[in-house]
Ligand binder design. Structure first.
Ligand SMILES: NC(=O)c1ccc[n+]([C@@H]2O[C@H](COP(=O)([O-])OP(=O)(O)OC[C@H]3O[C@@H](n4cnc5c(N)ncnc54)[C@H](OP(=O)(O)O)[C@@H]3O)[C@@H](O)[C@H]2O)c1
Ligand SMILES: *[C@@H]1O[C@H](CO)[C@@H](O)[C@H](O)[C@H]1NC(C)=O
Ligand SMILES: *[C@@H]1O[C@H](CO)[C@@H](O)[C@H](O)[C@H]1NC(C)=O
Length: 339
């Protein structure tokens, strides 16, 4: 009896510290993993270092009320460009405009209303630009919309993710192409995503009203790439280049529609691993300003470097088919420029 009691006391005496030490080690290991991941994210992040100025150049950035677009607009304003913020919410955009003008001391930043899910809004915006801007040096298709499960439809009867992320930019490009050509050498930059690999455009169903929007986000990002490649081909010899990019995985508003509990896991990954919007704008800025890229066209960039594409995304016959389908979907009018 006495021996057993003593052993028990003894046991408690050493088990507690052991548990404590093991717990501490586990905590240290977790912290180690946390910092290793953050360090990895930082080290693998391309940074655009060149100080190339943009004085006298006019740039349109779509969807720059938050995230990558906001930082892209700010960085281009810092380099002296005239920045046209093309946004659907004037209220949000004007706040960001104030912030950019204050922090960059460049007063040449304007806001114009553009809702990419609406053909009417796109036409009104383009008319304004064509009438009032003497030149357009860079058009950055940055705006993006992502929904997880909630299906919705645009006022033109098109599935909302595809309307906003693909058909809207397709129409806008047509309506601004003459100004871009007149301003050449000029550039078009398309913000796609490496997540395009998770899906594939269904060319037999250009308006996928019954498909899950979460999946269609990936589809729309492949459409961005096919669009870029076919546009680059059609622009050969005009002095207008077009490239697309993956910005990295960035902690922005694009994830705002993910419902709980999915959002909790995402939130954790977000804080551990995702990059900041400032890191996220680097590749967009590089494609907009870098002198060495003046002749590069039809490429896909990731982290400030040319990257390879899946065979499906680099299939030019698919790119051409999607183009022809899109021409019909956006209802090009008689006097609209053809590309
Ligand atoms: N975050 C990432 O990890 C990641 C990864 C790969 C690619 N991307 C791409 O990066 C681009 C920028 O997204 P973000 O991550 O910076 O997300 P974000 O913070 O949500 O920014 C998206 C922007 O698009 C605008 N927008 C949405 N629908 C629009 C419409 N119908 N008309 C005009 N503007 C509209 C939003 O305006 P409101 O403020 O009015 O909503 C917002 O300014 C997107 O093309 C996205 O696909 C992001
Ligand atoms: C559906 O999209 C329209 C824009 O086309 C928007 O005004 C409306 O609020 C959306 N509806 C829902 C339920 O999200
Ligand atoms: C352009 O390329 C040249 C030669 O490779 C290099 O020296 C220069 O730093 C590059 N310029 C920029 C802005 O990256």
């Amino acid at each position: 009896m006495i021996v057993a009691e003593a052993w028990k006391a003894n046991y408690l005496f050493w088990i507690l510290p052991v548990v404590l030490i093991l717990g501490l080690l586990a905590l240290l290991a977790l912290l180690g993993i946390f910092f290793a991941l953050r360090l990895y994210a930082k080290l693998t992040c391309g940074r655009y270092q060149a100080k190339t100025r943009m004085d006298g150049k006019t740039v349109i950035v779509t969807g720059c009320t938050s995230g990558i677009g906001k930082e892209t607009a700010k960085e281009l304003a810092k380099r002296g460009a005239r920045v046209i913020m093309a946004c659907r919410s004037m209220e949000k955009a004007e706040k960001v405009q104030d912030e950019i003008v204050q922090s960059t001391k460049n007063a040449n930043v304007v806001v114009k209303k553009l809702d990419l899910s609406s053909f009417e809004s796109i036409r009104t915006f383009a008319e304004d630009i064509n009438k009032n801007e003497k030149a357009l040096d860079v058009l950055i298709h940055n705006a993006g919309y992502a929904e997880t499960f909630k299906k919705n439809i645009s006022e033109d009867g098109i599935e909302l993710t595809m309307a906003t992320n693909h058909y809207g930019p397709f129409l806008l490009t047509h309506l601004l192409i003459n100004l871009l050509k007149k301003s050449s050498p000029s550039r078009i930059v398309v913000v796609a995503s490496s997540l395009y690999r998770l899906a594939s455009v269904n060319l037999d169903n250009p308006n996928p009203l019954n498909t899950m929007p979460g999946y269609l986000y990936y589809v729309s990002k492949e459409a961005n790439i096919l669009f870029t490649r076919e546009l680059a081909r059609r622009m050969e010899g005009t002095g207008v280049t077009v490239n697309c990019l993956h910005p990295g995985l960035i902690d922005t508003g694009i994830w705002r529609n993910v419902p709980a509990p999915l959002s909790w896991g995402l939130g954790l990954i977000n804080t551990l691993y995702f990059k900041t919007p400032v890191q996220g704008c680097q590749t967009s800025v590089m494609l907009a300003v870098d002198e060495n890229l003046s002749k590069v066209t039809g490429e896909y960039f990731s982290d400030c470097q040319i990257s390879s594409l899946s065979s499906s995304a680099s299939d030019m016959s698919r790119a051409r088919k999607l183009w022809e389908i899109s021409e019909k979907m956006v209802k090009l009018e008689e006097n609209d420029p053809r590309i």
